[in-house]
Design a binder for this molecule. Structure first.
Ligand code: NAD
Length: 258
């Protein structure tokens, strides 16, 4: 018996990085996993890989900024798998940095839409579905940048800080209503994923290898994290092992913010 046997999960941004590792891990622990992403080819390939490993998964194309898409994804998950117990609000972008004085409003709005509106919409539709499924666990992926400020990243920091407090409000509302739904945020340090590789390659200050070295040094543990190390923290929050944990923030950052 896996730690998520009989549970149904949605993982957004599941095509690569933290989302892909998490979807594989939750499925290996017995969950039926709806993988969603805007990247149809990679998302479908991931769902196929999980199925080929003998677990249950499906894929839906899903733009997390669209309310209509959220309604469709949650309804289809409940229809196909019989309920909803776990939502991992993981999809996100880390756009090119600008100081506030040069930040185009369109860039600001796009980041807030993908990194914060998405989490609000996910909570809205998951709470509705989970309360009809006997309860559940929502895990919102924030960042160390939702805890501390970083220059030239006002949009990302504001979105990830917003995710932190939105999580606490959702946790309190669900507890107060007696829904048996827990809501927590996860705050990764730098994790070696396509997102971070993109940030490193865009850097004008140093070569990609030098940048990776510099980022590693920001973590007292001396390296970047892996997607699976974040997946394991998410699994803890998704499972009954964390049955008394709600409204909390789990920092998984190799000591970055210590
Ligand atoms: P990634 O770029 O490797 O993967 C993100 C996935 O989200 C991609 O598959 C992408 O197609 C998908 N996506 C992007 N926009 C979308 C949209 N509008 N709708 C649906 N899917 C969309 O990123 P990652 O590093 O795995 O990051 C996952 C999450 O973790 C993000 O929320 C990110 O902000 C957060 N995070 C990452 C790090 C890190 O160092 N990698 C650190 C802290 C927080």
């Amino acid at each position: 018996m896996g730690r998520l046997s009989g549970k149904v999960a949605i993982v957004t941004g599941a095509a690569k990085g933290i989302g892909a590792a998490t979807a594989e891990l939750l499925a290996s622990e017995g969950a039926k996993v709806m993988c969603t992403d805007v990247d149809e080819a990679a998302g479908q390939a991931l769902a196929d890989k999980i199925q080929n490993a003998g677990h249950l998964a499906s894929f839906m194309t899903h733009d997390v900024t669209s309310e209509e898409a959220w309604e469709k994804v949650t309804a289809e998950t409940v229809r196909a798998f019989g309920g909803l117990h776990v939502l991992v609000n993981n999809a996100g972008i880390a756009p090119e940095g600008h100081p506030i004085e040069d930040m185009p409003l369109e860039s600001w709005r796009r980041t807030l839409a993908v990194d914060l509106d998405s989490v609000f919409l996910g909570c809205k539709y998951a709470i509705r579905a989970m309360k009809n499924s006997g309860g559940g666990s929502i895990i919102n992926i924030s960042s160390i940048m939702g805890l501390v400020g970083t220059p030239r990243s006002s949009d990302y920091n504001a979105a990830k800080g917003g995710v932190r407090l939105l999580t606490k409000v959702a946790a309190l509302e669900c507890a107060e209503a007696g829904y048996n739904i827990r809501v927590n945020s996860v705050h990764p340090g730098y994790i070696d994923t396509p997102l971070v590789r993109g940030v490193v390659e865009r850097s004008e200050e140093a070569s990609p290898n030098e940048m990776l070295g510099l980022l590693s040094m920001l973590h007292p543990i001396g390296r970047l994290g892996t997607a699976m190390e974040i997946g394991k923290a998410i699994l803890f929050l998704a499972s009954d092992d964390s049955s008394f944990v709600t409204g909390s923030e789990l920092v998984v950052d190799g000591g970055y913010t210590a």
